[in-house]
Design a protein. Structure first.
Ligand code: FES
Length: 118
């Protein structure tokens, strides 16, 4: 279980190539970290709410990621999906001296999540 007060260190930002995502596993939870070409870093849960696709392997662009399985899009800043009511959890990211840190309070906080089954 992740401590709600813990700052989680993921290591150097250089692990995440510009314009791509990488998956980090924190206490069994998969977090997808993305690094945009304009310098922003985003973190969302790595599991697509549609059918569990690995979002870290999706194509990133214009502040969104496209799920590699069926193409649903998610806004990396808000977590909102293009196929409402789908959304993914988002996490606050701090870049400190080139190191990625995630706020453990976001990991402990339940956020709305919708599953669309078809
Ligand atoms: S699993 Fe992501 S769009 Fe279907």
């Amino acid at each position: 279980m992740i401590s709600p007060t813990k700052i989680i260190h993921l290591g150097s930002i250089d692990q995440v190539p510009v314009g791509q995502g990488r998956c980090f596993i924190i206490d069994g939870e998969e977090i997808a970290v993305f690094r945009s070409r304009d310098g922003h870093v985003f973190a969302v849960e790595n599991r697509c709410p549609h059918r569990g696709g690995p979002l870290a392997e999706g194509v990133m662009g214009d502040g969104k990621v496209v799920c590699p399985l069926h193409g649903h899009k998610f806004d990396l800043a808000t977590g909102q999906g293009g196929e409402k009511p789908e959304c993914v959890r988002i996490f606050s990211v701090i870049i400190d001296n080139g190191e990625i840190k995630i706020d453990g309070r976001d990991l402990a906080k339940p956020q709305p999540r919708s599953m669309v089954r078809s």
